[in-house]
Design a protein. Structure first.
Length: 218
């Protein structure tokens, strides 16, 4: 058996290399086309402005290239890059999408981008303090009512695009369950902002809520 494996070993290795080369030439370099969603990145973003654009969540690119380049690993390298160096005030700005502002794997070409343009809207970035709204999952136990409620902190600072921040009047707690409370109880819950375009100015705060229940006089 060993003799069969080693006899004419050089020729066998050469034949194997030729077969591998033919396979690579036929399969490895077969041209394919695919459509992928892409990551959008900003460069030189103005520090005092916020960018909004719903279209950025739906940018798809039609690519063409060798099969060896259009694999899951290389497709993660596809990036649309917007240079915002010329943007210095609020307003609308339209950007074209194409090979000129895309990062692609070597040997891969763009055949189509949907949409071909996006309109970015720049808003002034503002901050303000808003009160905390305490939410309850349901009423207190039968025969009891909320006599006192203490919230700390009772306000939180938020930041984001001016139009969104102006419309937001409060942050909320997760719903508190009072069904088993008959006296004093303290809850620690996260604060929540109902607008995804607005964020806390700093780490998301934990809210302490102290509740005192009392029996309803008969």
């Amino acid at each position: 058996m060993t003799r069969l494996l080693t006899e004419n070993a050089g020729w066998k290795i050469l034949a194997l290399l030729i077969s591998a080369g033919l396979w690579y030439g036929f399969v490895g370099e077969t041209e394919l086309a695919t459509s992928v969603p892409v990551v959008v990145q900003f460069r030189n973003a103005p520090p005092d402005l916020e960018v909004t654009a719903e279209e950025l969540h739906h940018v798809f690119v039609r690519l063409r290239g060798p099969a060896t380049r259009l694999n899951a690993s290389s497709l993660t390298q596809v990036i649309v890059l917007f240079d915002l160096d010329d943007i210095d005030k609020p307003g609308e700005h339209t950007f074209n999408l194409g090979p000129g502002n895309m990062q692609l794997p070597a040997g891969v070409e763009v055949s189509r981008v949907v949409p071909s343009q996006v309109r970015l809207i720049f808003h002034e970035r503002v901050s303000k303090d808003v009160p905390i709204e305490v939410r309850y999952a349901g009423p207190p136990p039968r025969g009891y009512r909320v006599a006192e409620q203490q919230v700390a902190p009772d306000k939180v600072r938020i930041t984001g695009p001016k139009n969104r921040v102006d419309d937001l009047t409060m942050a909320q707690t997760d719903a508190l369950d009072l069904s088993s409370v008959v006296g004093h109880s303290e809850f620690r819950v996260p604060a929540f902002l109902p607008d995804p375009q607005v964020r806390f100015d700093g780490p998301a705060p934990q809210i302490s809520v102290r509740v005192r229940l009392e029996k309803i006089p008969e």
